[in-house]
Write a protein that binds this ligand. Structure first.
Ligand code: 1CP
Length: 342
């Protein structure tokens, strides 16, 4: 008989004790086994496009820690690359992309029906992981949200304030809107394929939502996310979706409902009392401070217990407020898990 997947229960609105737990960036440089597989692959992108090795690093944190979910090893910037953008990762610096600023740049992007020639290894990774995953562990597929992906396509790199994207939005709204539309369509296609390959949950990362305010947040975070959720729900009504408009602050309220997402992921700047209130509209995920995975100690145990206890009256998924960092200590992950599950 199939064991029940804790993550799917919470996403379905059930209250579970303990709550399901996984970590953003759970496959990553804080794990020696990841560093070793990445070295075998050569570089980060080669690892993403190698289904055997990408499946291996996806499964590493499951074997070591017994998380309730695995998240496919890939990156949000693979979609721009599939659309024809040049992409490389500079060691110690981050991503570098060819930029989009004009109608002509947009016209040079590939049509949606050509993106799978680049993305098909990711679907193979999904299939491979699915075939090897313990039966009580859920498989999460993901993509970047259109606004966040656009910030990288416009600036050509990660930026602290997303100024180039804001400039294009103001000075050439026509091109900006078309870019958002193009990414939205590509993302729907990409996520459908992940689901067909075996993804059981989808997460949408709007990592830079916090730099949008007022009507811009509605137009460029909420609306594209709603469009993606609604397209996926139309074809796959039973696949739960987690949205993460990081840094949305007060605007987290109503976000799950307005996008029709099943769960809302919350960053570490939001107080627990506010998070609790969101459990009436959806399942809530978050929001332990990732720095506690570096510093550990009494505070890690206290904050873990606080989240577990205070969030226990509604559907909840334990996670960090953002990705685990390369300087995190795997021992602290174990301390957190023992605290949560004791
Ligand atoms: O050196 C390395 O090995 C590369 C580090 C790394 C990793 C492990 C990058 C480069 N991406 C990833 C994997 C990754 N990225 C996953 C895999 C699944 C997991 O969580 O284990 C996921 C979900 C992402 C998503 C992602 N990539 C986001 C959204 C989430 C977030 O962190 O806000 C973003 C913004 C990216 C872009 C990106 N990829 C990598 C870097 C260094 C960055 C940030 C660039 C920047 O803004 O400077």
């Amino acid at each position: 008989m199939l064991k029940e997947k804790l993550l799917l229960k919470s996403l379905g609105g059930e209250i579970t004790s303990p709550p399901p737990v996984w970590l953003m960036r759970q496959a990553g440089r804080y794990l020696p086994e990841y560093r070793s597989t990445r070295a075998r692959a050569g570089d980060f992108l080669s690892l993403c496009y190698n289904p055997e090795l990408a499946a291996e690093v996806t499964l590493q944190p499951i074997r070591r820690f017994g998380f309730d979910a695995a998240i496919i090893f890939a990156d949000i910037l693979l979609v721009p690359q599939a659309l024809g953008v040049d992409l490389r990762f500079v060691e110690g610096e981050g991503p570098r992309l060819s930029t989009i600023s004009s109608r002509n740049d947009l016209n040079n992007l590939k049509p949606i029906d050509e993106i799978d020639s680049r993305l098909s290894p990711i679907y193979d990774t999904v299939r491979l992981v699915k075939s090897k995953l313990p039966e009580d562990v859920a498989l999460i597929g993901f993509a970047g949200a259109p606004w966040t992906v656009a910030t990288y396509m416009i600036a050509g790199r990660g930026t602290s304030n997303q100024a180039p994207a804001h400039d294009l939005m103001k000075n050439n709204t026509f091109v900006f809107d078309l870019l958002i539309e193009k990414i939205t369509t590509a993302t729907i296609h990409y996520l459908r394929k992940q689901i067909e390959a075996g993804a059981e949950v989808i997460k949408l990362f709007d990592s830079w939502a916090g730099s949008l305010s007022g009507q811009d947040l509605i137009n460029y975070s909420l609306k594209p996310l709603s469009k993606i959720v609604s397209a996926l729900k139309q074809s796959y009504p039973d696949i739960p979706i987690i949205v993460f408009p990081r840094g949305a602050g007060e605007m987290y309220r109503g976000f799950a409902k307005k996008t029709s997402a099943d769960a809302i992921a919350i960053d570490q700047t939001v107080p627990i009392s506010f998070m609790k209130n969101l459990q009436v509209e959806a399942c809530v995920q978050g929001n332990l401070d990732p720095t506690l995975m570096v510093s550990g100690g009494k505070k890690l145990v206290e904050e873990t217990k606080k989240l577990r206890d205070q969030m226990s009256e509604g559907p909840y998924i334990f996670n960090l407020g953002h990705g685990i960092t390369p300087d995190a200590d795997p021992k602290n992950v174990e301390i957190m898990l023992n605290t949560l599950r004791s």
